[in-house]
Design a protein around this ligand. Structure first.
Ligand SMILES: Cc1ncc(COP(=O)(O)O)c(C=O)c1O
Length: 374
């Protein structure tokens, strides 16, 4: 029996999402503690109140609320929008998938603006859609005229991450409004909103085809508990509540969100530490002449590498190879030193590293290591 013949044809050859590896696996592999700057996770972890809430909770044996009532009500104050506009997901990843399931028929098109977050094309493929790439320009701005040219009767959804992962820049509000004017479903993914303080969430009230996604993974340090939410026009929210798996938010995630919202000043002070450290990291990276950091409104910094330029003294050039890109070599050598960052070699991101903002001591260790390997 050939199982491949039974697999949906579009999925058999699909590449899948290139996910990062968890900290336990990495530490086991290299046999010591690591500095993990590859997942845009929060270096300060979650609120201490989350640990308390998880140990106090006494209904783990009972299914969660399929209507997410307590959670959606709790998010009213944080978002400034009423609960009817809010739907929670098992990470915002799940909401990306649900939105596509709601709107796509086989062969329908989805506009993706690379370089950007890799789940938009993966989920489009899984949902039987066709990804139409409209690349960002050399400054990573969204190509609005290019998107308009790419539209046809099959175009259903446009994804824009703002701040964008991995480039760190935001889309201006007037451009979002222009995209909304195309009549397609426009998804503005604000996974990193708390680090930029820029949001277009309130526009959802005025536009029936605009959706905003958020997550607790980054600013609140809850990536491992998988909890995101979207702000939707009420009509779309109602459909999503109908098609989502009934118990998609587990009770631990719910307890963690409530505890996080009850400790918001603490979490905001961590966000402030991270954004201050982002600026220090940016300045330090900029001092290395073979590396160009791009300004970021998120909790990571994209850098392109240029080892052709004059290099600083003490350079270990014998460690270099012509077969691998400089970014891959830097990535590999940093790993050897226990520092994990993300490297890219895709169109528009040739020879790039993305470095998540860590604690000040992580920045110091990273800069020292980069100086040693250059
Ligand atoms: C732009 C963007 N959207 C969504 C996500 C996924 O977030 P979550 O952990 O809530 O699934 C990420 C995670 O890296 C991201 O970068």
């Amino acid at each position: 029996m050939n199982i491949n013949e039974l697999i949906r044809p579009g999925l058999a050859a699909m590449k899948g999402y290139a996910a990062i590896e968890p900290v336990e696996i990495l530490e086991q592999r290299i046999g010591r503690r690591i500095i993990k700057l590859d997942g845009n996770e929060n270096p300060y972890g979650c609120s201490p109140k989350v640990y308390q809430a998880l140990s106090d909770y006494s209904y783990y044996h009972i299914y969660p609320d399929p209507e997410q009532r307590i959670l959606r009500r709790a998010l009213e104050e944080y978002t400034g929008l009423s609960f009817e506009h809010i739907v929670c997901g098992n990470g915002s990843d799940e909401l990306i998938d649900l939105i596509l399931r709601l709107f796509l028929q086989p062969g329908d098109e989805v506009i993706n603006c690379p370089p950007t977050f890799g789940m938009y094309p993966v989920s489009t493929d899984v949902c039987g859609g066709k990804v139409v790439d409209v690349s960002r320009d050399e400054n990573f701005a969204v190509d609005i005229p290019g998107i308009k040219r790419a539209l046809n009767e099959k175009t259903k959804v446009i994804f824009i991450a703002s701040p964008n992962n991995p480039t760190g820049n935001v889309i201006p509000e007037r451009e979002v409004i222009e995209l909304v004017g195309t009549g397609r479903i426009v998804v503005v993914d604000e996974a990193y909103f708390e680090f930029s303080n820029m949001t277009i969430a309130k526009l959802v009230l005025e536009h029936p085809n605009l959706v905003v996604l958020r997550t607790f993974s980054k600013w609140a340090g809850l990536a491992g508990l998988r909890i995101g939410y979207g702000i939707f026009p009420i009509e779309i929210a109602e459909y999503l509540m109908k098609i989502k798996p009934p118990y998609n938010i587990n009770v631990a995630a719910q307890a963690a969100v409530l505890a996080s919202l009850a400790d918001i000043d603490y979490l905001r002070s961590n966000v402030a530490k991270i954004t201050a450290e982002r600026e220090r990291l940016f300045a330090k990276l900029g001092e290395l002449e073979w590396l160009k950091p791009y300004p970021s409104q998120a909790n990571f910094i994209l850098c392109s590498l240029n080892w052709q330029s004059e290099v600083s003294p003490g350079c270990h050039s014998e460690e270099r190879s012509d077969e691998e890109s400089p970014a891959k070599q830097a990535w590999r050598q940093l790993r050897k030193k226990g520092i994990f960052v993300r490297y890219y070699d895709s169109p528009g991101l040739e020879n790039c590293l993305r470095i998540s903002v860590g604690k000040p001591e992580d920045t110091d260790a990273l800069i020292k290591a980069l100086k040693e390997i250059c």
